[in-house]
Each structure stands twice: as C-alpha cells, then as structure tokens.
Design a protein around this ligand. Structure first.
Ligand SMILES: NC(=O)C1=CN([C@@H]2O[C@H](COP(=O)(O)OP(=O)(O)OC[C@H]3O[C@@H](n4cnc5c(N)ncnc54)[C@H](O)[C@@H]3O)[C@@H](O)[C@H]2O)[C@@H](O)CC1
Ligand SMILES: [K+]
Length: 546
C-alpha cells in the first residue's frame, strides 16, 4: 500500500521538512541526484565500470538541479558528459543554482539548442531532468523533439541508448498521468523512459493514464524525508484518509509486503474457522432466459471467493436454463421486486445486481429493494450491495434517484461508458485537468457510496475523499483481461469477499478484489475467458495463505 502523492503534497512534505530544520533543500537534491545514479547503475551494471558517455538535459527548476547533481556524479565516476540547460542559469531556483555552479567547475553548461544537441557524440545514457513535479504547461516543441525517440536516430546504434528520467519523463503531468496537449502538436511527443526514479514516493501520475507506459520501470529513491513507511503500514485494513490516495499493491514505497498480510488478511476464509453461515450468504439477481451467463459467472465467483452460500434469483421462465448450469449455487424463482423483498432475510450479507439483469424499471425496482434491505436482529451491518452493468445503466435518466438510495455499504463498479451515464459531468471528455482520482472522488461524493471506475488504472474512491489506484501495467499488464464477462466476475468477487460476517471494511475488500481479479488473469495468462477467472482463484488464494 504505497502512497500516491500529488505534486502539491510532495512540495508540502519537502517544505515542512526543510522548515523544521532537519534537512536542507540542497541535501535533498544531492540525495536525489545520487540516488538516481545509483539506481541507474543498479539497473545497468555495465555502467558500474569504465568510461561511458551521458547526455544530460536540465530544466529551469529543481528537476534541472537534480540533473546537475547527476552530471557531477557521473563525471566523478569517469564518464564523459554533455550537458544542456533549457533555461537561464541566473533564473534557476537557489538549490539548482548551487548545483549548476558546482557543475560549471567540472564541465560546460550549454544553452539548449536542438542542432547542437544532435551534434553531440552518441550517449550511452540520456538523462531527462527537464521537468518534474513543476510542469505547468505543454512541452515546447523544440524540447519535445529533443526528448523524442526519433531524435536518437541521429546517432548510429541510437536504439541502444538508455533513458533515465528524474522524477518523471518530462511532459508527463504527475498529478493526472496525462500529457498536456499543445496547440501546435495535437499528439504531444513524450518519450518513454527505461528507468524513472521517483523521489521519496510514487506520485499519482506514475500510476494513472499514460504514466505507467511513459515511465518504464519506476524505482522510488529514498531522499531522507520522514519515511512514508509508517503511514503506509497504518493503512492496511483501513481506508485511506480523506486527502490521500494509495496504490493497491502488496508493497510500500521502499519494500514489499508479505501476501498473507495483504491481500491475504482481507480474505475471511484464509483466517478464521466457521460455519457456512458465518461466511455469509450472497445473492445474485439474474435476467431472463438466454441472459443468465453473466449473473452465473458473478455467482460462481462469489462462491469461490468466500461467501458461505450463494443463491441466484431469476425470473421463473429462466429457472430451467439456470438449473442446468448450477450445482453448488442455489437457485430460486423471483418474478417481482416484491418477491425479492420477501426472499431477503437476515442472513443475506451481500447482494450483487446488474450483470445480465436488463435495463429498465424492473431492474430499478430490484435495486431499490436491495438497497433498502436492513440486517434485522441477527446481522450487525447492512448487507454489501454491489451494483454493476445494467443496474447502473437503468438509472441513466435519473442518477439522483439511485444516489438517494445508496448507502455506505454500496459499491458501484462502472466502466467508463456506464460512468458517463451516471456522472455525465465527469465523463472522460469533460475532465479537463482533473485527474481520474479527483473525478472518482467527486463521483463517490455525489453517489454517497464507494465508486470503482474500471480501466488499466482502476480507481476506487469513497465519500469524503480517500482513493486508491490499481495499476494493471508493467509486470501486471493483463491485456487479455479485456474480455466479455470479466466485469461480471469482478462484481461477484467483491460480493463474495464482502459476504463473511468477519469481512473487513468494504472499501478494503473492494481494493483486494481488484488486485485478485488482475492476479487471477495474470496467473492464467493469454487465452483467458471470463469463466477461467473464478477457477483460477483457488490457485491465487494458495499463494496468499503461505
Ligand atoms: N528542494 C526541492 O524542492 C527538491 C526538488 N526536487 C526536484 O525538483 C522537482 C520539482 O522542482 P520545481 O518545483 O522547481 O519544478 P520543475 O523543476 O519540475 O519545473 C519548474 C520550472 O519549469 C517551468 N515550466 C513548467 N512547465 C513548463 C513548460 N511546459 N515549458 C517551459 N517551462 C516550464 C516552470 O516555470 C519552472 O521554472 C522535483 O520533481 C524533483 O525532481 C528534488 O531535487 C528533491 C528536492
Ligand atoms: K524529468
């Protein structure tokens, strides 16, 4: 559970620490530059010995300051370094200026010039230290060109040049994971780094949007600010604080976490002992004949993932079809919302509605019954209600009617299309400079419940602010998870994990569900279809129990 900071939060942390007198900005910059060089040598051991050539491009702020430190450290190691400054030395902020001056005693500072840069000898390492957390506008086009992969073809064997980015590839907005579009260049050219060293902590933009692709491998470098580890440890089992966002992964900023602690501890059946009813009763509502597959997959996943028992409810005319597919899952006919209300009893602890349910008033009525159900004397909290797919689209014309009924134990799991139907003002086309985290936070506030917006960067948020990002990128990239029915499985997974009496906080369960969903797909590999996901769960659980 690593924190994902915004640029402003990072600045505030640095500022507070500098003002407290425990560290100076100059010390932080030195550690950042040294840490970047150490990370590069760790990744490319061939750089540890001998003389190599680097081209360092420094910017007009403190990110440029890091570049001067990197250049100095490389020369100390016997490297040849060409350094260009995009900006004016006299206008550098103080710490960057000090490092500029230190470098100037060792090598030349050349004013940024595309032609001169292209004239340099082929570098082994290209260091991008132009902009970090301070990017405020699109990249100027000459700079974009200088940072471009295509420019590398100036050098023979240009493809072998390693790219190191200080804090981020310049042009990437570290709050949004987006590259601001420029008027002159509709498709801004930002080049992927091979290695990005993130100072102190991951920032949101490292894991949102284009961030994972552009950053390449990301290593967090400790620059001696008060460690995030303690606060990260405290996060396990509790949702994030209002203004905080975190990465859904078994890791801290500076290390990994045993899987039995997370997500293992989020899975009731990996811990206690109990009767099937202690693990809760999940119910899944299905649509009419020929449309039961999605709900059956959700139900099967709920049963595999932790519910003690699972019942599927369907219209009487779909009974035969569903009965021929289900064994361990119980099946009951449910013709109307009123019947649904009568069927719900004290033991029902999780409800999943939406997959294959059909769009319209009948679905709206079922959703209303689900959201109005209270636990009675036997239960101690409201049942978890997971609403997906048709349960969301059915409220397209009146989302407020849904939001008037949702409660704290409700999770909405839209994809971008469904999200736009419920929150048209927050649709992708309307987001401007808001990050996906900000957008889902606003949605959760509007809806009054947990909202999970799917994608390669899945974002979860709850009312009042806390948010999480799960990134299916890099080693966790699962393009084969983009398959029909995968979303139905996720809805069932949340319901199944939330059903047990001892299930942790619903927000934390939702985080674990997203990770497990991706993990099951990852372990299965290409060729996956949605039915494979519940069948992979036992294997995944086995790795968490150790
Ligand atoms: N003491 C500190 O504050 C430390 C800062 N660190 C580094 O400093 C970075 C943040 O420094 P800054 O806040 O100075 O920000 P940056 O160095 O990221 O950039 C700010 C400068 O770039 C200009 N700028 C922004 N976007 C531009 C664009 N599109 N075209 C042209 N100019 C543009 C701004 O006007 C400003 O001069 C971090 O990412 C990190 O790399 C680290 O050295 C650790 C210590
Ligand atoms: K940079």
């Amino acid at each position: 559970m690593a924190e994902l900071l915004t640029s402003a939060q990072m600045r505030a942390i640095e500022q507070a620490e500098i003002e407290s007198g425990t560290v100076t900005g100059l010390q932080l910059m030195e550690r950042a530059g040294r840490g970047a060089v150490a990370a590069a040598i760790g990744k490319w051991p061939e750089f540890a010995q001998g003389s190599h050539r680097a081209l360092v491009l420094c910017g007009p702020g403190n990110n440029g300051g890091d570049g001067f430190v990197i250049a100095r450290r490389l020369v100390d190691r016997g490297w040849n370094v060409d350094l260009f400054l995009y900006g004016v030395a006299a206008k550098l902020p103080p710490d960057a200026r000090v490092n500029h001056d230190l470098w100037a005693k060792r090598g030349a500072v050349r004013a940024f010039d595309l032609a001169a840069l292209c004239d340099c000898d082929r570098p082994d390492l290209f260091v991008d230290a132009v902009f970090g957390t301070g990017l405020t506008r699109p990249l100027p086009s000459d700079l974009a060109t200088a940072l471009e992969v295509g420019m590398m073809s100036n050098w023979t064997r240009g493809h072998g040049i390693k790219r190191l980015a200080a804090d981020c590839p310049s042009g990437l907005n570290l709050d949004t994971g987006m590259v601001p579009a420029s008027e002159s260049d509709a498709v801004p050219r930002v080049t992927s780094a091979d290695l990005t060293v993130a100072f102190h902590s991951l920032k949101a933009g490292h894991r949102l949007g284009l961030g994972p692709t552009l950053c390449g491998e990301v290593q967090v470098v400790d620059i001696g600010l008060t460690g995030p580890d303690a606060s990260e440890r405290a996060m396990i089992g509790t949702p994030p604080d209002a203004d905080r966002a975190r990465l859904v992964a078994p890791e801290f900023a500076h290390g990994s976490l045993p899987l039995r602690i997370w997500p293992g501890a989020m899975i009731a059946k990996l811990r206690g002992q109990g009767h099937k009813y202690d693990y809760g009763h999940a119910m899944v509502c299905a649509g009419g004949p020929g449309r039961g597959g999605a709900a059956r997959m959700a139900a099967r996943t709920a049963l595999r993932s932790g519910a003690g028992l699972v019942t599927m409810l369907c219209p009487p005319e779909a009974l035969q079809e569903n009965a021929s597919h289900l064994d361990a899952i119980m099946l009951r006919a449910c013709a109307t919302a009123e019947t649904f209300r009568q069927i719900l009893d004290d033991r029902v602890s999780a409800l999943c509605l939406g997959p294959g349910l059909g769009v319209g008033s009948a679905t709206r009525d079922l959703v209303s019954v689900a959201l109005a159900h209270r636990p009675g004397d036997r239960g101690w909290r409201d049942p978890a209600v997971v609403l997906d797919a048709d349960a969301l689209t059915s409220f397209e014309n009146d989302p407020d009617a849904l939001f008037a009924q949702t409660h704290a134990r409700t999770v909405l799991t839209p994809h971008e299309g469904e999200f736009a139907r419920l929150f048209p003002d927050l649709a992708q086309s309307e987001r401007a400079n808001l990050s996906k985290i900000d957008v889902v936070r606003q949605a959760a506030d509007q809806a009054g419940c947990i909202v999970l917006l799917k994608g390669e960067d899945t974002v979860i948020a709850r009312p009042g602010g806390g948010a999480s990002v799960h990134s299916a990128s890099g080693e966790r990239a699962v393009p084969w998870l983009a398959t029909a029915g995968a979303g139905d499985v996720l809805a069932g997974l949340i319901a199944g994990l939330a059903a047990p009496e001892t299930a942790p906080d619903l927000y934390c369960v939702t985080e674990a569900a997203v990770w497990l969903h991706c993990e099951a797909a990852r372990q299965f590999g290409p060729g996956l279809i949605a039915e494979d996901l519940p069948e992979m769960l036992p294997k995944v659980f086995a790795t968490l129990a150790r």
